[in-house]
Each structure stands twice: as structure tokens, then as C-alpha cells.
Design a protein around this ligand. Structure first.
Ligand code: SF4
Length: 850
């Protein structure tokens, strides 16, 4: 749907209007889209041939369009009716005035025939759709030269049972036709609420992010606004402690107020980051400056939590017959006062409030989120809602959501490529498939589906570890999954009886097959016996188009690492333009030779070429680096050349690593109430090995090894306690203790990094190396291993100094940190460390940096 609030016009398809709903909508049991669509196409063709054979005057896929005025809005509708039967061949020969018939075909998974009222209540949108076509046909008669303007038009909805092709026709009544007006009412109510939201944004008031500016913050607001004005893609790099969130929110709120965007999407990879954004935004926009919740802000904020967190059912199984919170949604919604969540901005929107309200109304609380989102100005949530194919429907199906009119912020964006690749990666195991087979047998599922599932389980069971699946095996796997998808869509399945485990798997398969149509580099491999992994090697091909579809996208990180590598992993051009002189003789502008050849086939004038070059240039991200003069000189770094922490060599140096930690702890100056040293390891097992070495040597050092705690509050408590009670905290690079917890900033005065955290060597990394082999082995190795390995070091160290006046002494404990290939990837603050070649030099460095 497209709409203009200024002109009070809207444009949408007949299907969109008939589906339009402000409240919750009864949904089918799971995504079976592609297979249902294929079946639908099959039956449409079958019926078309049949009707065409019986009636040569019958017309098919006839376009119908028209404009309708309703409550001050002009609504333009377009669509195609499946069949138009002109009057001469109309079925009812007894009519005084022969009528034409509009016929719409709908494939359903339920058994037919069924009571008409049952079909009316199950598929109201189908009746609304045909009623809309009828209204347009009468308002804009004649809709086809084969009709006269005065020809009466009737409608018939034909339901077709997907498995058998059995059909049932239902003539549309005057009562059905009233649903068209109901839909117009719903649509104009929505448009009026959008108008109200725009007025709210125009009168938006907010406080600046910083009451007093730190050195480096003075120009950031202007810099961000200017960058967003000039380029739709902006990279913003600001070290921890700069006040990045506040700076971004201030720029974003200004843009919303100016009307350049109508919505802000703020995405982070962790819920802690989302909570921080909610807090900061609330503080900046609270009507009552002391307010702590988002209930009294001058901007409508919605923090989107995942569906499972909303759940109030005894089991997380979202099908009609297994969850009473999905029953009679529309009727219950109309009787409830849940509309307050989008009508009144001062309604408490906390997760607890949603769950309580949903439980009281007998409606799934997630439906409240789904309905209310469209009326909120700021959506705060996880990357998945834009980038993961299985989750993005929540945002993209919202009425009126238009990425082009939206500002997207991606926080901690260095995590984005890996997270999106994960969303496009899948694991299938024989153990899970065998357990699910029991559910299928218990529920006496459709026999061909049982057989297909058995074949799939058998296939998985016989897989042996391999770095890649043979092309034949890959074909077999695809074929087996396609067969399951076909049979699971051919007949209605009782998902309540089947249970959540097998239902999830059955839904996952068609979604996975649809995903395979997206051209991404994937590795089909067997990590362990009887397990098939389909791993996305590079998600740039989906990230880039998604980012470019927004009015503007601001990607932010404390450290991006090499920006050309980061841009490439997001499917974007490198942010800095290379000097034109380097390429002038070889290329046309900045286009590759191949692109240039392609272009010459289509373009003939210099102006055309310039236009293309400008479009390409505008696609190139711009980068802003925050100034933080207070970090200059805040790190005192040394590189320990005595050790080699590579996987093959590290055990030779366990004793030296352990004794170096003891030395560092002995020399650590107090920082506040603590003298604890933070020691970062590339892996948990490495940290455990050094802990054992210390213990075996009789060391009295009090070491706290990072526990496996999923809960952030518990992680915080552990860090606080360990800072007081331990001499050394052993932390793992890349974990939330190293990247998600900020309490170490200013609390530890000394830290040691035990080697870069290079990714584990496995089939996936080898495949990534092979995919980049065109660039040469050195460049490929840098991208696949060195960049992510040093990125984790930069992330961990960046958090040790978070404010002016803080200092940290850092020992980079591996000779690789002196190798230019690694050193060049370190953030500039850690690059020029003093080299330590023996114990004496270590002691001297420690003494000099007291
Ligand atoms: S209450 Fe729980 S099980 Fe029911 S629909 Fe909502 S999330 Fe699903």
C-alpha cells in the first residue's frame, strides 16, 4: 500500500484492502506458502481449462481498477478477477436481465463441502475481496468491452479443496457485499491514525543527549545530520564511552521532527542494547523529565520482544487447537480494550503489562505487539526483524510500513554479517528427525508424508562426517525435503495433535526450500555423524539490498575493523572512494570492466553514463569517526614477543603464560577498590588449561574463570564479585563477558590478551577461504581469520577505558601482535606497543607504566 497524508490518497490492491485489519487476524497453521501457491496455480489452471472448454466467451484474469472516495480519502484500487462470465453464457438463463458473473477461485486445505456459514467465518477476506471487485465493477461499469454499462454483475466464490480438487461455489449475498464498506472503514481509520502520528512527530519535543559536552562531542550532531542528508548509507564508528546511542538518537529525532522520515527502526544484536536505547530515548523525550518508563514520552516507542517472551500459554505451540489465546481473536479483540495500546501513548507497554492484558482478554500478547507496532514511531528490536527471512514478516507486513520512509539504525553492526549468515544457516539431525517421526506415527499422519519422513530420517542417519556433501547427496537431500513439503501441504494436518516439535520442523522445511531460491554461497556439510548442516558462507547478497531499501541506514560500531572488509561483508561498496587516477585508464568511472561492457550495450550518451555513475556513488557509504581525544594516551601497551599462542605451539608456553599472569597481578596498581587483572583468552579451553597450570604449580593466585551464565544480571553479579574477591578474571574473547559487559571500564587497571581469537579451523572457514581464493591467499586469510580474530581483541580492549581520566595497562601476549599483518588490524590506540623480549624488559615496562 502507498499513501500520501498530504493529498489524503491511498493506493493498494484489492487483495490488500480485503486483508486489511487493524486488530489481530486469524492465521493459518504455519508457513506453507510456496506449496500452497503452487497448488493454487495448478487448480486455477485446471478450472480455467475446464470453464474455457465449456464457455468460449469466458474471460480470465480480467483487470479491474477504480478510485473510491471514503471519509475524505481517495482510495485507488487495482486487481484482477479470476473469471468473468459474460451474460449471454451466464448460468442462470431464467433471469429477466441476464447478468455477468465475477468468479474468484480459492484453494483451501480444509475438507469440502462445508456449511456456507462456516466458510464465511473462516475466510472473511475472500468474501471481502470479491465484494470489492463487485463494487468496482458497478462503480466503473463497464469493466470490459464484452459488457454493457447497464449489465448487472453478480459474484461467486469457488472454494477448491487442495488435495482433491473438489469444488464448492457460493454466491455472494448483499450481506457479504457489506464487508467492502467495513474494509473501507478500517482502512480510513488507519489512515487517520497515521495522520495523527505525523502531527505528533511534527510537535515532537526532546532534550539534547548530553547536558554537557565531552571533548569530541561538539560537532557530532551536525556531522551525523549532514551525513544522513547526503548519503543514504552511513557508517558511524565511536569508541565505547563516546555516547554513541545518545548522539544517534538526537540526530534521528531531529530527522523525524523535520518530517524526513516517518519512523525510526533501531536494531541491536542483544536485548541489553535494546533496553539501553529505550532508557536513553525515554530520558530524552519524557514529557515529565523524571519519568522512568516509556509511558509519558512525546514519541511513541515500542520495544519488540520475541514471541516466546510474550507467551502466556502452558506450551509454546502457536496453533489454534493448542492455544486458547488464538480463539475468536477478532471478536475478542473487539470486546477488549486492547486498542489502548495503540490509541494512547501513555499506556504502559512493558512486557509484563502486555502479558497481563493479553491473559485478561484471552488474546495472545504477541498479537498486541503485532497490532500496535503500526502506530508507533520508533521500533526497537533485534536484527532478525529486518534481516531474517523467518522473522521479518512482523515488520514488513505492518500496514503502511515503507522502508523508503524509514530511518534504520543498526547498532553493534560489526556483528551483522555473522548474525545474518546464521539466520540463513540450518542444521538437520537424524536424532531430531527420528524423535519427530514418533510424533507423526502417533498422530497417524498422512501415509505418503510418513514415508517421506522415514526416507529423510534414513538419509540423515547414514551421513558420515564430511567437509562437504557430494552433489548427488545434496540433490537427494533437496528432493527428500521437497517431497515432505509437498505432502505436508497436500492435506490438512492436525498440528495440535502433532505437537510443537514436529510442527516446527514441518514448517521449517518449506521456508528453508524458499530460502534456497535466494542466491547465497552455501556449504552443505556434515559436522558430525548423522547431522546435515547447510551453512551460509556470506550473507552480503541479502544484507546490501535490505540496507539500500531504507530511506537511510546508519550502521554503528565501536570498531568496524577494516571498513572495506566490513562493507564487502554487507554487500556494499567500500566507504572511501579510491583516487580516480588509479582507475581512469582501465575503467569507466568506478565500474568494473565487465559492468562497463554490460552498460555499453544499453547506454549511448555521456549523460546516461554520468547518471549511472552518480547512482553508484550515492550507494557508497560514508563514514564518520567520532573524536575521542581523552582516549589518546589512555592505553599503555606492550607486546610480549616471548610466546607463540598459535594452536600448535601454545602448550609449549603454558608455564610462561601462567607466570606472566602472576607477574602482572603482582605489579597491578589498585583501581578504586580492586587490583584485579582481566585476562582475555581466545577460547574457554585455553583459559582452563592456564588455570590448571597455575594450580599445578602451586600458585596462590585467586583466579575466577568466566562461568557459563546466560542471564545478564547474573553475569554482572559475577563480575562485580570477582573484581573484589579475585586477583585475575579469566574471560573469553568474543563472549558477552568481553563484549556485552561494560562494568570493567575504569575498574581494572591491567589487562592481558592471550593471543588473537582466530576462528576455529573447520570446513566452513576452509570453504570461505576457497570462496575468496580469487583475491589471493593472503587477502583471503586476512578476511576469514585475522580480521575477526583481531576484531574481538579491539572490542574487549575498547571497553576498558570508557571515560576521560581512565587508563589501562595492556600486555598483548603473543608475538603475532608484532606482525604487521595483525598489528595493522588493531585499533590505533593499541598499535604502537613497546616490545618485550625477556623478563627484564617485562619488569621494566611494568615499572615504567606504574
Ligand atoms: S500465547 Fe503462546 S502459544 Fe499461544 S499464540 Fe501466543 S505465543 Fe503462541
Amino acid at each position: 500500500m502507498e499513501f500520501s497524508l498530504d493529498d489524503r490518497t491511498a493506493q493498494l490492491s484489492v487483495g490488500e484492502l480485503s486483508d486489511f485489519e487493524i486488530g489481530p487476524r486469524e492465521s493459518g497453521d504455519g508457513p506453507q506458502g510456496i506449496w500452497r501457491a503452487q497448488l493454487g496455480t495448478h487448480w486455477h489452471q485446471e478450472f480455467r481449462d475446464r470453464v474455457g472448454g465449456e464457455n468460449t466467451a469466458a474471460l480470465f484474469e480480467v483487470p479491474i481498477a477504480g478510485e473510491i472516495a471514503h471519509r475524505g480519502w481517495r482510495i485507488k484500487l487495482t486487481g484482477r478477477i479470476d473469471q468473468l462470465i459474460p451474460p449471454a453464457q451466464a448460468e442462470n438463463e431464467q433471469r429477466i436481465r441476464p447478468a455477468a458473473k465475477l468468479r474468484e477461485l480459492k484453494t483451501v486445505l480444509r475438507p469440502l463441502p462445508a456449511a456456507e456459514e462456516e466458510l464465511r467465518s473462516e475466510y472473511p477476506a475472500y468474501f471481502a475481496q470479491l465484494s470489492t471487485y463487485l463494487a468496482l465493477a458497478r462503480l466503473h461499469a463497464p469493466i470490459h468491452p464484452a459488457l454493457e454499462a447497464s449489465t448487472p454483475v453478480h459474484g461467486e466464490l469457488v472454494f477448491i479443496e487442495a488435495g482433491s480438487g473438489l469444488s464448492q461455489g457460493i454466491p455472494v449475498t448483499a450481506a457479504d457485499e457489506a464487508t467492502f464498506h467495513v474494509q473501507l472503514e478500517r482502512l480510513t481509520e488507519f489512515l487517520n491514525l497515521r495522520l495523527r502520528a505525523r502531527e505528533r512527530l511534527r510537535s515532537l519535543s526532546f532534550r539534547p543527549a548530553f547536558a554537557t559536552l565531552r571533548p569530541g562531542q561538539e560537532s557530532i550532531h551536525a556531522d551525523l545530520e549532514k551525513a544522513l542528508e547526503n548519503r543514504p548509507l552511513v557508517f558511524f564508528e565511536a569508541p565505547t564511552g563516546f555516547g554513541k546511542t545518545g548522539a544517534i538518537l538526537q540526530a534521528a529525532l531531529s530527522e523525524l521532527k523535520r518530517g524526513r522520515f516517518e519512523r525510526l527502526l533501531y536494531l541491536t544484536s542483544k536485548s541489553t542494547g535494546q533496553l539501553q536505547v529505550v532508557r536513553q530515548l525515554t530520558a530524552m523525550t519524557a514529557i515529565d523529565p523524571g519519568a522512568e518508563s516509556a509511558n509519558s514520552t512525546s514519541v511513541a516507542i515500542w520495544h519488540v520482544r520475541n514471541k516466546r517472551e510474550h507467551c502466556v500459554n502452558s506450551e509454546f505451540h502457536c496453533v489454534h487447537d493448542a492455544c486458547r489465546y488464538l480463539h475468536d481473536l477478532e471478536a475478542r479483540w473487539a470486546r477488549s480494550d486492547l486498542a489502548r495500546f495503540y490509541l494512547f501513548e501513555n499506556t504502559n507497554r512493558s512486557l509484563d503489562a502486555l502479558r497481563e492484558a493479553g491473559q485478561a482478554a484471552g488474546i495472545c500478547p504477541y498479537e498486541i505487539t503485532r497490532v500496535a507496532l503500526a502506530f508507533n514511531d520508533v521500533w526497537i528490536g533485534d536484527y532478525n526483524y529486518v534481516f531474517a527471512p523467518g522473522n521479518r514478516g512482523l515488520f514488513y507486513d505492518q500496514p503502511g510500513f515503507d522502508p523508503k520512509r524509514t530511518l534504520l539504525v543498526v547498532d553493534e553492526a560489526h556483528n551483522l554479517p555473522a548474525r545474518v549468515a546464521d539466520a540463513y544457516s540450518h542444521l538437520f539431525s537424524a536424532a531430531d528427525a527420528a524423535a519427530a517421526a514418533e510424533d507423526l506415527y502417533r498422530a497417524r499422519a498422512y501415509a505418503p508424508l510418513l514415508t517421506a519422513w522415514d526416507h529423510w530420517t534414513h538419509f540423515l542417519h547414514h551421513l558420515r562426517p564430511a567437509d562437504s556433501l557430494s552433489p548427488d547427496d545434496e540433490d537427494d537431500a533437496r528432493h527428500l525435503l521437497e517431497t515432505i513439503a509437498k505432502h505436508s501441504a497436500a492435506v490438512p494436518l492436525d498440528h495440535a495433535e502433532l505437537g510443537s516439535r514436529i510442527s516446527e520442523m514441518l514448517w521449517q522445511i518449506p521456508a528453508f526450500l524458499t530460502e534456497l531460491e535466494t542466491d547465497l554461497p552455501r556449504l552443505w556439510w556434515v559436522p558430525r555423524a548423522a547431522e546435515l548442516s547447510v551453512t551460509c558462507l556470506d550473507a552480503g547478497a541479502v544484507i546490501g539490498p535490505a540496507l539500500r531499501s531504507f530511506g537511510a541506514a546508519l550502521l554503528t560500531s565501536a570498531t568496524f575493523g577494516p571498513t572495506d572488509v566490513f562493507a564487502a561483508s554487507c554487500g556494499l561498496e567500500p566507504p572511501e572512494r579510491r583516487p580516480a587516477a588509479m582507475e581512469r585508464n582501465e575503467r569507466l568511472g568506478a565500474l568494473t570492466k565487465r559492468d562497463s561492457r554490460k552498460l555499453f550495450r544499453h547506454l549511448s550518451t555521456g549523460a546516461d553514463l554520468l547518471q549511472v555513475e552518480e547512482a553508484r556513488e550515492i550507494d557508497r557509504p560514508t563514514i564518520i569517526r567520532a573524536e575521542t581525544p581523552w582516549r589518546d594516551g589512555a592505553y599503555d601497551v606492550a607486546v610480549d614477543l616471548r610466546v607463540d599462542t598459535t594452536y600448535q605451539q601454545r602448550s609449549r608456553f603454558y608455564g610462561l603464560t601462567a607466570s606472566t599472569i602472576e607477574t602482572l597481578c603482582a605489579a597491578a596498581p589498585a583501581s578504586g577498590t580492586t587490583r584485579a587483572v582481566a585476562v582475555f583468552f581466545p577460547s574457554y579451553s585455553y583459559a582452563e588449561a592456564i588455570q590448571r597450570t597455575l594450580s599445578d604449580s602451586g600458585s596462590v593466585l585467586r583466579v575466577s574463570l568466566q562461568p557459563r551464565l546466560p542471564d545478564l544480571a547474573a553475569q554482572h553479579a559475577w563480575v562485580e564479585e570477582s573484581l573484589v574477591l579475585s586477583d585475575a578474571l579469566f574471560l573469553v574473547l568474543g563472549s558477552s563477558f568481553a563484549e556485552g559487559i561494560d562494568v570493567l571500564g575504569g575498574r581494572v587497571s591491567s589487562a592481558m590478551i592471550v593471543g588473537p581469537a582466530l576462528p576455529e579451523v573447520n570446513a566452513v572457514q576452509r570453504a570461505r577461504l576457497a570462496a575468496l581464493s580469487d583475491l589471493g591467499r593472503e587477502v583471503a586469510f586476512r578476511r576469514v581469520y585475522q580480521v575477526p580474530g583481531i576484531q574481538k581483541v579491539n572490542q574487549a580492549l575498547g571497553r576498558l577505558v570508557r571515560a576521560p581520566g581512565q587508563h589501562a595497562r595492556v600486555l598483548l601476549h603473543c608475538r603475532r601482535f608484532a606482525d604487521p599483518a595483525y598489528a595493522g588490524l588493531l585499533s590505533k590506540e593499541y598499535q604502537l606497543g613497546q616490545h618485550v623480549e625477556n623478563e627484564t624488559e617485562l619488569a621494566a615496562w611494568l615499572a615504567s607504566s606504574q
